[in-house]
Design a protein around this ligand. Structure first.
Ligand SMILES: Cc1ncc(COP(=O)(O)O)c(C=O)c1O
Ligand SMILES: [Zn+2]
Length: 386
């Protein structure tokens, strides 16, 4: 374990990583774990990664858990990177299939690391607001860790997610409102109930799990990052995590200075990042009347908005919104061409690729990556009526 400290991503204030922490105590922005990469690199070598276990814990030295502590793991990470056979057309398109993870989504990565750390630091009851997949992942890892989980979901969350959480032993509360209302309910009750809040980016370690998306991508492409990445953006944790991973890998001497152009993909009915990006703003206001079938994108206000917007601009990427009907239509096109039943959030990225290609923002022969962040199987209520 080579994390030296927790540092505020906005004001830089240092925090003690030996205690449970949520947001910065000074400015209430997300905290990042700072890794001593020189120390980590003494045993973590890119040449020997292939000899290690397949799960994301193979990057153990850059993850926060002490070396002598067994992680709470269900075999997350190590997912396939598949070449799109037909959908990419003249693009060299690759799909990172995160639906292979435990509980069928990329949320497993963040929760494996966050639950491992929360347990290690003494938490006993974990709470999360969830659009669906994060709840399922927390329920599974908390069960595995022997901890209580309290999950707050909007009432219109896909049924599969709600049932999954209950069957995994979680305490589930359905709220008439959005994920932000669920978060507010946790904030109101957590002190009295003794819950540790594992909302995305409101504790420092889910993003550490998500950063392994970036490590894996580099490893699978033989240490050459792609030209562009399309990421379905709700809270943006994967985008932020990958960007952190790219900087860490450069400091480790594993990759050069090249960065992919990062594109945040959202739904037309909930596109706070797209709106702020287009308006040239540094942070994003709350998106009114948020609605979309892609429940993971139904996030009207993200606490890491300023980090996401920075990355989009620094990488010369962008932000693009897709409407629900197009997501459903493209999901079937991906399914019948590539053999993957994708979540609507991922379908949005495939639709966005077409628009970016037509607009000349992604060009012929470029290497692009789309994350299939979850399985379509969890969204039967969205797909069945179409
Ligand atoms: C399938 C799926 N894709 C994408 C997202 C958005 O992820 P993030 O919050 O990291 O932006 C979610 C979040 O719930 C999700 O479940
Ligand atoms: Zn701060």
């Amino acid at each position: 374990m080579f994390v030296t400290r927790l540092e505020c991503s906005a004001c830089g204030l240092w925090h003690d990583g030996s205690r449970l922490q949520n947001l910065c105590l000074s400015c209430s922005k997300p905290l990042f774990a700072i890794v001593d990469l020189a120390a980590a690199s003494r045993t973590l070598k890119r040449e020997t990664l292939a000899t290690r276990e397949k799960s994301l814990w193979r990057y153990r030295e850059v993850l926060p858990l002490p070396a002598n502590i067994e992680p709470v793991s269900l075999g997350e990470g190590g997912t396939p990177l598949l070449r799109a056979e037909k959908f990419g057309d003249d693009i060299d398109l690759w799909i990172k299939d995160e639906s292979i993870n435990p509980t069928q989504s990329f949320k497993a990565r963040g929760m494996s690391v966050a639950v491992s750390m929360a347990k290690q630091l003494g938490a006993t009851k974990l709470a999360v607001p969830s659009a669906g997949n994060a709840g399922g992942a927390l329920a599974a890892y908390a069960a595995r860790a022997g901890l209580e989980s309290h999950i707050f979901m909007p009432r219109d969350t896909p049924r599969a997610n709600i049932i999954e959480c209950r069957e995994l032993g979680a305490h589930v509360t359905l709220i008439d409102g959005l994920i932000t209302d669920c978060g507010a309910e946790i904030a109101r009750r957590k002190a009295k109930e003794g819950w540790f809040d594992v909302s995305t980016l409101k504790e420092p370690y889910r993003v550490e799990g998500k950063k392994t998306l970036g490590y894996e991508l580099a490893e699978q492409f033989n240490w050459e990052l792609p030209d562009s990445i399309l990421y379905p953006t709700g809270g943006g944790t994967g985008l932020i995590g990958m960007w952190k991973a790219f900087d860490e890998m450069q400091a480790l001497g594993w990759i050069g200075t090249k960065r992919p152009r990062m594109f945040a993909v959202q739904a037309t009915g909930c596109a706070p990042i797209v709106r702020a990006f287009e308006a040239g703003e540094k942070s994003a206001g709350e998106f009114p009347n948020a609605h979309t079938i892609a429940s993971g994108l139904r996030v009207p206000k993200a606490i890491g908005d300023f980090l996401i917007l920075n990355i989009l601009r620094e990488s010369n990427g962008g932000a693009i919104a897709v409407d629900d009907q197009e997501m459903i239509r493209v999901a079937r096109e991906v399914g019948s061409n590539e053999g993957l039943f994708v979540a609507p959030e991922a379908a949005a990225c495939f639709a966005a690729l077409k628009s970016l290609r037509s607009a000349g923002k992604i060009q012929s022969g470029e290497r692009a990556v789309i994350f299939n962040t979850g399985s379509g199987i969890k969204y039967l209520d969205c797909y069945q009526d179409q």
